[in-house]
Design a protein around this ligand. Structure first.
Ligand SMILES: Nc1nc2c(c(=O)[nH]1)N[C@@H](CN(C=O)c1ccc(C(=O)N[C@@H](CCC(=O)O)C(=O)O)cc1)CN2
Length: 288
């Protein structure tokens, strides 16, 4: 058996096309243009690439690209003041601070300046609390992109034994909560989990966001399971994930590749969140 390869690029393209259509409708109905403020501090090359992708996609979707690039030695209080001014600006529907921020800055405190209604990354404590309570709010992009991929491939979540490997604030914890919200039976594994492979083998749906290359091999996968790989490791052979792709594809039922799986969904969901935030601000829609 060889797994169906989940095409994240195709699903992301569909989401982006839907957002572009809905942005055009929103602009015609309200006379307003959704605006995304991206804030990049410093010159980390990977962050610059991601920000470039976000800005391009934002323009393609018909939204205003409101970018701010600050030098790495910008003091914390100056960045906080910039975020406060973006928070007060009615032309700004959504704000995101690209992570990680340079050493010496308190990224969590900076993210905390973003009001929940403009938190299109879904990373503030307020947004995390809304998600934990199951209340309407903006959901984090990679986790909601994973749910979108699972839905696109009709993966049954209700009652499904589901394992999330990793407990990060960016992916592991929020994706576990979104899965619980869909009535999956969720186990979270982490670096202290005993016999990781045995726990993972119990999963119909396995989400791997461990940050360790090839930590999941075929011995950790139930035959026919759906495996979502959130890892991203630059190696001499190219980009690789947390899953041993070639070996696991012979066991799994469905599998995301790296690249081309979860990654493209992150930006697509950011665009959707920005539209949701603009609609809520214009009082013609509500947050999910
Ligand atoms: N403020 C945020 N910072 C970071 C986030 C985030 O969601 N919000 N996530 C990551 C980086 N990231 C977006 O910012 C991101 C990562 C990967 C991709 C992507 O499309 N990956 C491609 C491969 C790209 C490549 O070749 O390098 C793929 O997997 O196919 C998009 C966005 C950390 N920071």
């Amino acid at each position: 058996m060889s797994a169906v390869i989940i095409d994240g690029k195709a699903v992301a393209a569909r989401v982006r096309a839907d957002v572009a259509r809905d942005v055009a409708e929103f602009r015609a109905a309200t006379g307003r243009q959704p605006g995304l403020a991206t804030v990049l501090v410093g010159d980390d090359p990977a962050s610059a690439v991601y920000i470039g992708g976000k800005r391009r996609s934002c323009v393609e979707a018909g939204m205003a690209d409101l970018h701010q690039h600050l030098p790495a030695d910008t003091p914390q209080d100056e960045i906080a003041a910039l975020l406060d001014s973006l928070a007060a600006d009615p032309a700004v529907s959504g704000i995101l601070l690209q992570l990680p921020v340079p050493e010496g800055l308190d990224g969590a405190a900076l993210v905390g300046r973003i009001p929940p209604e403009k938190d299109v990354d879904g990373l503030t404590t307020a947004s995390v609390g809304l998600l934990a309570r199951g209340l309407p709010g903006l959901r984090p992009c990679t986790p909601s992109g994973i749910i979108e991929l699972l839905d696109a491939y009709d993966v049954e979540l209700s009652g499904a034994p589901t394992v999330v490997v990793g407990r990060s604030e960016l992916v592991g914890r929020p994706v576990a909560q979104l899965l619980v919200g869909r009535n999956a039976t969720v186990t979270i594994c982490h670096s202290r989990t005993r016999d990781l492979a045995a726990v993972c083998r119990g999963a119909d749906v396995l989400v791997v966001a461990a940050g360790k290359q090839a930590i999941i091999g075929p011995d950790a996968v139930k035959p026919g399971a759906t495996v979502i790989d959130v890892g991203m490791h630059r190696t001499e052979q190219g980009l690789r994930g947390d899953v041993d792709f070639d070996a696991v594809r012979e066991v799994a039922g469905r599998l995301t590749p790296v690249p081309g799986g979860v990654g493209p969904m992150t930006i697509a969901m950011l665009l959707r969140n920005t539209l949701l935030a603009a609609r809520a601000a214009a009082e013609v829609g509500s947050l999910v």
